[in-house]
Design a protein around this ligand. Structure first.
Ligand code: MLT
Ligand code: MN
Length: 308
């Protein structure tokens, strides 16, 4: 049976989600007031399958429980305790990408988890979720190379994964916080061996390095960092004093930013993910959103299906 590669967006928001529990900015207020220009969003996660049955979870958000319920293939109910998730890939050790692992502790065997050595270090020291899971069924860690070595995962062997090191920040609790190492943050080329088509996924993209640009250029679909419209957006909203660049996120609107980068690409379909709750593009009628529309840049949403 021929089934193409299917990517499902489980969570399209950045850390905090949309609305964020303690936020009362224009976006969160508008959403809570029922303004139809806004859609609620869970925290950053996607899942991919090329056989429709076994799903690779890429990042485990704190919202994973609701995300599984939102997508029936993740709960196929073949036996008393079951899951459609066969393995988990982690792109970095950020809270929004890893906390769901604790929620998944009831798994009946060790989770097969694919991440780099530096992420493994964070997850066993500064944010020791793997150690905690060791008191349940444990973690079967598969080390992911930072040398862009393509690999496959059992039950998904018609998908080739290539981790691509990105310049971004290690989280505040990481031992590499102030001296980032390759592997603190990776993006992924996700290629279907049947069609040869690929999606490039990078929810945290701080700098468009040359090697990253090559992946973007050659992708059929890019699904990348849509965190902020402007670099100082969070400070201007009065929520913190950090620049997005200090958190490893390239803004959309500046010269050389995400929009400039995407509009320079001929081949791929262009989609943003990991949208922060301060970003004006969350309002579907905003001027900023219209600029994206006119540049053929889509904004992913929870429940979006990308078929390649
Ligand atoms: C980030 O990507 O910078 C995170 O979303 C921040 C967080 O989760 O606190
Ligand atoms: Mn994040």
């Amino acid at each position: 049976e021929w089934i193409v590669m299917h990517i499902r967006v489980l969570g399209s928001a950045a850390g905090g989600g949309f609305p964020q529990w303690n936020d009362n900015g224009e976006n969160c207020k508008g959403l809570r007031a029922g303004n139809p220009n806004f859609k609620a969003r869970n925290q950053s996660s996607i899942t991919v399958s090329a056989n429709g049955e076994d799903w690779i979870l890429i990042n485990a958000s704190p919202d994973i429980r609701a995300q599984i319920e939102s997508f029936p293939p993740l709960q196929p109910a073949r036996k008393i305790r079951d899951t459609g998730i066969s393995s988990i890939i982690i792109t970095d050790s950020q809270i929004d990408h890893t906390t769901g692992l604790l929620i998944l502790r009831e798994h009946d065997k060790p989770w097969d988890i694919y991440c780099t050595k530096s992420v493994y270090e964070d997850m066993t020291t500064g944010y020791p979720i793997f150690n905690i899971l060791g008191h349940f069924r444990g973690v079967n860690w598969h080390e992911v190379s930072t040398e862009q070595v393509p690999y496959t995962i059992p039950k998904a062997d018609n998908i080739i994964f290539t981790a691509v090191p990105l310049k971004s920040e290690a989280p505040p609790y990481s031992p590499h916080r102030h001296n980032t190492v390759p592997g603190d943050n990776v993006g992924y080329k996700i290629e279907d061996t049947e069609t040869g088509k690929n999606l490039f996924y990078a929810p945290g993209l701080g700098v468009i390095e040359d090697h990253v640009y090559e992946y973007l250029k050659n992708a059929d679909v890019v699904l990348i960092d849509g965190t902020v419209w402007t670099n100082d957006e969070m400070a201007r909203a009065g929520v913190n004093n950090k620049l997005a660049s200090e958190m490893g996120h390239l803004d959309q609107s500046s010269k050389g930013g995400i929009i400039d980068t995407l509009t320079s690409l001929q081949k791929p379909r262009k989609i943003l993910i990991h949208i922060n709750n301060t970003n004006p593009i969350l309002n579907e009628e905003s001027e900023e959103r219209k600029i994206l529309n006119s540049n053929n840049i889509e904004v992913s949403y929870d429940g979006m299906d990308i078929i390649i």
